[in-house]
Design a protein around this ligand. Structure first.
Ligand SMILES: [Zn+2]
Length: 246
């Protein structure tokens, strides 16, 4: 029992100490120890992103704020469809840490991507999938890469009646209108204007209407509040949107 306990605890403690030492050596003063609700890690998170975000990346499983937010929504029962193993799920650009959890949870779970290896190669704007095949489609940080009208129309077609789209996007709530400019096509220009070299827009508050226009309706916006934001190292105001097939 003692041996087993030591095996479990010592490496974790050493890993945490080593990680903290590296952060300080790099001139980064961590603010607060956080908790990862995906892998159970407790300690200082790493920096990630461009521009860099402090307290963002779990050094144990690689989760970022958006993944921990999604898990918080699931754990809180905010997305009831995700608690039924019979739910058929299609997950675009599946994040490895979420994929591992969802693959165990659902009888039918399919990952999709156009550029990298996945269960199926799919173009979200024109999916090679029959109508009404999936109860849930997950697409975190995907819609800002594609023609979102075509994509949301396709998502509505492929969802079963009452099925839902769970998604997260870069959004500036203070902007009434989405910022996009098709003349900006270079990697450098897109980094500057849209925050990443392969993004084609930065969403404003009209994101809801843009996605609804494809045949969906917004039913829920989940955001973490209060001490959960501090505990899990989340981005204040970041949202998981839930749209339902009309
Ligand atoms: Zn973790």
């Amino acid at each position: 029992m003692i041996k087993w306990t030591l095996k479990r605890i010592v490496p974790t403690k050493i890993k945490r100490m080593w990680h903290t030492r590296n952060l300080v050596k790099a001139g980064i003063q961590p603010i607060k120890e956080r908790e990862c609700n995906l892998c159970g890690f407790e300690g200082y998170f790493s920096v990630v992103g461009r521009p860099l975000r402090l307290d963002a990346l779990c050094p144990n499983c690689g989760s970022m704020e958006r993944h921990r937010l999604m898990m918080l929504a699931l754990q809180g029962g905010e997305l009831p469809q995700m608690n039924d193993s019979k739910t058929a799920v299609l997950h675009f650009a599946a994040e490895p840490i979420l994929e591992r959890i969802f693959r165990e949870r659902f009888d039918t779970y399919v990952t999709a991507d156009f550029f990298v290896d996945a269960d199926v190669k799919l173009n979200m704007e024109a999916m090679d999938v029959a109508d009404e095949q999936y109860d849930v489609i997950i697409a975190n940080h995907v819609l800002e890469h594609v023609d979102d009208h075509k994509a949301s129309t396709e998502i509505a077609r492929v969802l079963t009646k009452g099925g839902v789209l769970l998604c997260q996007v870069p959004i500036v709530e203070g902007w009434a209108t989405t910022y996009e400019d098709p003349s900006i096509t270079t990697d450098e220009g897109r980094w500057l204007h849209f925050g990443q070299g392969d993004h084609v827009r930065f969403y404003g508050a009209d994101f809801r209407e843009r996605i609804s226009a494809g045949g969906l309706r917004l039913v829920h916006e989940f955001t973490a509040e209060g001490t959960d934001v501090l505990r899990y190292g989340l981005l204040r105001g970041e949202k998981t949107f839930v749209f339902q097939k009309v």
